[in-house]
Every structure is written in C-alpha cells, then in structure tokens.
Ligand binder design. Structure first.
Ligand SMILES: C[S@@+](CC[C@H](N)C(=O)[O-])C[C@H]1O[C@@H](n2cnc3c(N)ncnc32)[C@H](O)[C@@H]1O
Length: 222
C-alpha cells in the first residue's frame, strides 16, 4: 500500500525518483536559478508538496537562513523531510496547496510535481491559493507532468517516457504500472492550460521555465 500519492513509498523516494523522472534534478536547479534572478534575497519560502525536503535543503544551501515552510499532505513524506532537514529551523505543515492559509507571506512559493494529482477544480484552487500566499513581487514556480496537445503526441510522449525509465534501470512491470497512472491517478494538463490557470489566478507575469518530453516548469510573478 502506498503511503503518499507518488508511485513509490516515502522511504524509497530519494533512491528511485530519478528513474521515474530522468531529469528530476533539473526541476530544482532551474527553480533555484530563476529565484536567484527574480528574488535574489528571499526572506520567506514555502515549498508546497515538499516531499522528502530535497528542494528545501538546496534552497537553504543557496540562499542561507530565511523563514521556511515545508508543506505536504503526506505525513510519510514530511517525516522524511524532517530527517533530512533536522539541522535547520523549518515550519512543517501537513496540508495540500489548496488548504494552506497565510496570505501575502512568502517571497517564493514552489510546488514541484505536486499538483498533477488534482483534478480541474482543486488544481485551480491550489494555484489560486499559491498566488494568495505570495507577497506582491513574489514568484511562484511549479513543475508538472504535462499533456501533449494531440492524441498521437500523448502516445509518443508516453512511449519516450517509458523508454527513458527502462534505460534508467527500472523493470518493465514497474514502468508499465507507472505509465498506467497517466490520466487515472495523475491528471496532466497542457502547457496552454497551465498558462491560462496562472494568468487567471492573477499573476502579472506568466512564463514557461523549462520543457522536456513529458514535464514542464512554469513561473508566475505576483
Ligand atoms: C512527486 S512528489 C514531489 C516531491 C518534491 N516536491 C520533489 O521535488 O521531490 C509529489 C508530492 O506532492 C505531494 N502532494 C500530493 N497532493 C498534494 C497537494 N494537493 N498539494 C501539495 N502537495 C501535494 C505528495 O504527497 C508528494 O510528496
């Protein structure tokens, strides 16, 4: 039985995530690089869907001491994050992006691969809430598995994603099981839909940050 919404148990996540998401580390390095430019000295950062705390650790290493809130609805993930970040003062919140409530509080809000479990209404609620949580001028960064625009594009994208997972050493049954979640347990939307949702949330600047075969990153500035 899974202890969170990802395809692996929390205590196996760090060892395996790069096999499922071959460019996983780039989600974090691209995020940090963007923040360096937009908010070079962040005072307060919320990582929503923080998982095992990998991005939070890198943010501290990159930007030094600041107020940090690490949120995740999965207690199992939060407890892994607490272990990883034991040396730092962090506020933990056992909640999803759609539930957090502390408006106008953060210079940076990140939600890296955290919202594709949500269907339309809740996803919009989560994005709107991330907007509310930011201070004016603050930046929101999100990465997601995406939906190519055509049926054939989806087939090709999933095939390429499958092959990348096999090449990374994952066994065929695990790869099939993971790919079968697409549209059933995760609900990817197109790049255009992402842009629309961010613009509707009120972000004054909305941009694509990064795109690969089946994942993309976006940012919005409040
Ligand atoms: C694929 S992991 C990504 C973890 C981390 N952000 C990273 O970069 O490794 C997805 C995380 O999103 C969390 N999650 C699920 N539903 C969420 C929601 N509604 N809001 C925020 N996070 C959510 C899961 O519990 C899980 O820890």
């Amino acid at each position: 039985m899974r202890d969170n919404k990802t395809s692996q148990a929390a205590n196996e996540y760090d060892a395996n995530v790069h096999k499922t998401l071959p460019r996983y580390h780039l989600f974090h390095t691209e995020t940090l690089d963007l923040v360096k430019t937009v908010v070079p000295k962040p005072q307060a950062w919320l990582d929503s869907g923080c998982g095992t705390g990998t991005l939070v650790l890198q943010a501290i290493e990159c930007f030094g001491k600041m107020k940090i809130v690490a949120a995740d609805p999965a207690e199992s993930m939060l407890s892994m994050a607490k272990e990883k970040l034991a040396n730092y003062e962090i506020t933990y919140m056992p909640a999803g992006s759609e539930e957090l409530c502390c408006p106008d509080s953060f210079d940076v809000v990140t939600a890296i691969m955290s919202h594709h479990y949500l269907q339309d209404e809740l996803r919009i609620k989560a994005t709107n809430n991330c907007y509310k949580l930011l201070k004016r001028g603050g930046v929101y960064v999100t990465f997601e598995t995406i939906r190519p625009i055509s049926k054939q594009g989806i087939q090709i994208g999933l095939e390429r994603w499958k092959n990348a997972q096999l090449l990374s050493g994952k066994n065929a049954a695990a790869v099939e099981k993971h790919i079968s979640r697409y549209g059933i347990e995760i609900f990817p939307i197109t790049i255009q839909d992402h842009i629309n949702i961010l613009q509707a949330a009120g972000f004054s600047t909305v941009e694509i940050l990064w795109v690969s075969c089946m994942q993309a990153g976006f940012y919005g500035i409040k």
